[in-house]
Write a protein that binds this ligand. Structure first.
Ligand code: ADP
Ligand code: MG
Length: 433
């Protein structure tokens, strides 16, 4: 006799995606040795899929029925997690699926910024046994909303959870691949090489400060202009509604079966706010049609920004930094890697992109101390400084004036050219200790 499974029974398994090539190539062994025993002991059933090639996880998450799973765990590095996020946001039913699925990471990559950031945000020790800590996080059954950033490039859009970079740090990340044999030392060696042969880049960076920043540091006119823009766009509100009036930091929700009721109520409220924000179907249809035109991605949250080819208006609150830069790095997690504490004030769910700019003209000792102090998170100036700027923003546009250079998203190289980015506060859920 077939007994239809209850909702609890259907959505109780953990989906594990493992990249056998991540880091030093021992993710499979690490998983068997350190994670399987924890899952078994906690009697958490899981389904393990070993990725067969690059983009395997992206294709899996974007095309499969995911009803059997309550969460997805990446066993690998930030690159694998990036595929999972992008796969989910390419689904037609993304708005329904995303709040249902908690996302976790077991750090086995060479880049483990997210795992390090989550541990940091919860005051969890990381260095002694990061894999065990992450496995315990998976069975904790708790999750927190996390910001995702929508990135629009000229030819396509994608989603990012860690960083967007242009200039020095991206150059080092990508160019040092050629000395990969040196292991982690490659970053230090290439940074010193780049310092000696310092490059600068010309361009313009436009940005919208976060509401908090606008009200605390800027003139009433700029603030009023920004608010006017918000109220004139009916779609804008759904982002705020996700978080409620004040951002919720580190709020945890259980995702495993026993507390399933909580998740259901949360999901419903999120979905309702999406639906109500898209109540004007004709406007939504218009947005969707526009985004179909020259983008690879047809689904996912609609952009609130003007098209990349359109000018940005000062009246709508856009501020501009223009000239010659050593780098721009936009970051939304505390750590870019296990010993790179890049944006100490970042929170998982603060709706903030920390836009860090270094202008040309910075002295070499100053730059060296910036790079050196990144590991402890003491590299950023307290007050604004002539060459280093830290801007908490909710959106920005980068327009390079040169025709070559390196741009990275979550540490991976993307096409060079103009791009714009906007934060989608709390749109994903990550597992937390
Ligand atoms: P790392 O931090 O060491 O770079 P990641 O897990 O982030 O490790 O993976 C790096 C890249 O490997 C990802 O961008 C992903 O697309 C790719 N990848 C995933 N699975 C495979 C596979 N089976 N073979 C080769 N590359 C893969
Ligand atoms: Mg953040």
């Amino acid at each position: 006799i077939f007994v239809a499974p209850t909702v609890d029974e259907r959505r109780r398994r953990v989906l594990v995606l493992l990249n056998p090539k991540s880091g030093s190539g021992d993710a499979r062994e690490v998983f068997n040795m350190h994670v399987t025993p924890v899952l078994n002991e906690a009697e958490v059933p899981y389904d393990l899929y070993v990725t067969k090639h690059s983009n395997f996880a992206l294709e899996f998450l974007s095309t499969r029925c995911l009803d059997a799973w309550c969460c997805v765990v990446a066993v690998g590095g930030d690159g694998l997690f990036h595929e999972i996020v992008n796969g989910l946001l390419q689904r037609q039913d993304w708005a329904h699926v995303l709040p249902h699925l908690a996302l976790g990471i077991i750090p086995c990559g060479s880049g483990n910024g997210l795992a390090r950031s989550i541990a940091h945000c919860y005051n969890e020790p990381y260095f002694s046994k990061p894999v065990l800590g992450a496995a315990l996080t998976v069975i904790s059954g708790r999750s927190s909303p996390m910001d995702v950033v929508r990135v629009q490039l000229q030819s396509r859009s994608l989603y990012s959870f860690l960083s967007i970079g242009w200039g020095l740090i991206s150059d080092v990340d990508i160019e040092s691949e050629r000395i990969r044999v040196l292991g982690y030392q490659r970053f230090t060696v290439w940074t010193l090489y780049r310092l000696v042969n310092l490059r600068t880049y010309n361009g313009r960076i436009s940005y919208l400060l976060t509401d908090h920043e606008v009200s605390s540091t800027h003139s009433a006119t700029g603030y009023a202009a920004q608010r006017r823009m918000q109220s004139s766009r009916s779609c804008n509100t759904h982002i705020d509604m996700l978080n409620g009036p004040a951002p919720i930091y580190h709020s945890s929700v259980e995702y495993l079966p026993q507390e399933f009721a909580d998740v259901i109520s949360l999901e419903t409220s999120i979905n309702q706010s999406f639906r109500s924000s898209l109540a004007d179907e004709s406007e939504f249809a218009g947005l969707a049609a526009a985004s179909l035109e020259n983008r690879q991605q047809n689904y996912g949250p609609a952009s609130e920004l003007p098209d990349l080819s359109e000018p940005l208006s000062e009246e709508q609150g856009w501020l501009v930094e223009e000239g010659e830069f050593v780098m721009m790095h936009a970051v939304y997690q505390t750590h870019l890697g296990i010993d790179c504490h890049f944006a100490p004030k970042a929170q998982l769910n603060d709706g903030t992109i920390y836009l860090i700019l270094i202008r040309a003209g910075i002295s070499r000792p100053h730059l060296l101390s910036f790079l050196y102090n990144m590991s402890s998170g003491t590299h950023l100036p307290e007050a604004q400084d002539d060459h280093v700027k830290v801007l908490p923003v909710r959106a920005f546009r980068l327009e390079p004036y040169d025709n070559h250079g390196i741009i990275t998203v979550d540490g991976e190289r993307v096409e060079f050219g103009p791009l714009q980015a906007e934060v989608l506060p709390g749109i994903a859920r990550v597992m937390v200790p």
